[in-house]
Design a protein around this ligand. Structure first.
Ligand code: ASP
Length: 328
């Protein structure tokens, strides 16, 4: 039988981790090829190419790493792969997924997965997640959906998914909208048809910086005051509640927003920023008047990625439009 070509790359993370020395904790050591060997069924579903592109804890992945992974993934599609699957650490999976989704210019699926239990642990979830991710990649119903995250039998769209539990097997969820689909008895089920996608041009530079500051009770404003002096090109604020900051912070926003784009998202785990509810100093209406863009449903981390990518291709003037396009 003529099997489809499927390309898999591993970047590291718990899915690739094992203890080198007993008692010293797990570190990324397991290659993509070894991971693949733990899922023998895959050989009956596809002709698989596997590469180890990185062996890093996902906290140490950078946008430069992701851009080089993207170049590799684009080449795989050009060479005839019907899908690309990436394994990486779960700590930053939601950010990589959003990053790739904004740049993935193919109908073919790009699927990300990882594991909550390391490779040598009893009940390791990596092999099952990898098989699920490949099945999602190989399903025709995954086409024209951009990037999907597959974990623990669920499919999540890249822009909605968040890591919402630090240790549980069920670590990922998509607040407000729920998962995009499920794997049931090896079949891939999506709950809705694909949404229209909005792909950005590749960044022409990667040295620019977007700061992310989280509002917290009685916080000083030293970092905020120095954002421009420190050379940041954009500022992302994870605000209180529906997108709010203190009066002190609010007073600093105008001057910053005159120079660089400022986005305010909610630091809450679920829900959007408001637009026309609160009129106090530091509330969303006030911040919008001071020049900040409100992120709506887009979480602080994904808003920062959007801004970084827009700055990278000189499209920062399109920020409000892209934030609108990413709402539910
Ligand atoms: N705990 C993480 C994981 O699940 C470690 C990492 O993100 O690299 O993979």
């Amino acid at each position: 039988m003529d099997l489809p070509n499927l390309s898999i790359a591993s970047l590291g993370g718990t899915v690739s981790m094992q203890a080198r020395v007993f008692g010293e904790g797990v570190v990324p050591t397991v290659s993509g090829a070894t991971l693949l060997a733990s899922v023998p069924e895959l050989r009956t579903l596809a002709r698989v190419t596997v590469e180890t592109l990185q062996l890093l804890p996902s906290a140490s992945l950078s946008f430069e790493h992701l851009l080089s992974v993207l170049r590799w993934a684009n080449t795989q599609i050009e060479l005839g792969a019907v899908a690309v699957v990436l394994t990486q650490g779960t700590d930053t999976l939601e950010e990589s997924a959003a990053f790739f989704d904004l740049l993935w210019d193919h109908d073919e699926p790009l699927v990300l997965t990882g594991a909550m239990r390391s490779a040598a642990q009893t009940g390791a979830d990596g092999p099952g997640n990898l098989l699920d991710a490949c099945q999602v990649g190989l399903a025709e119903s995954s086409w024209r959906r951009g990037v999907q995250v597959v974990m623990n039998g669920q499919i999540h769209s890249a822009q909605a998914v968040r890591k919402t539990d630090s240790m549980a097997l069920q670590a990922f969820s998509s607040p407000v909208v729920g998962p995009a689909g499920l794997l049931l008895e090896g079949d891939v089920h999506y709950f809705h048809p694909p949404r229209q996608r909005h792909v950005l041009p590749l960044p022409q530079r990667s040295t620019h910086k977007v700061a992310l500051l989280q509002a917290s009770l009685s916080a000083d404003s030293l970092l905020l005051e120095n954002v421009l002096a420190l050379g940041y090109d954009g500022l992302m604020i994870a605000g209180f509640g529906a997108g709010h900051v203190s009066e002190t912070w609010a007073g600093k926003i105008d001057a910053i927003a005159r120079k660089i784009p400022v986005i305010v998202a909610t630091r809450c785990d679920c829900g959007p920023t408001a637009r026309s509810t609160y009129g106090f100093k530091g509330g969303e209406m006030d911040l919008a008047k001071r020049g900040a863009s409100m992120a709506g449903f887009v979480c602080p981390r994904k808003s920062r990625i959007l801004l970084w990518l827009l700055l990278g291709c000189q499209r920062q003037d399109d920020l409000a439009r892209y934030l609108r396009l990413l709402q539910y």
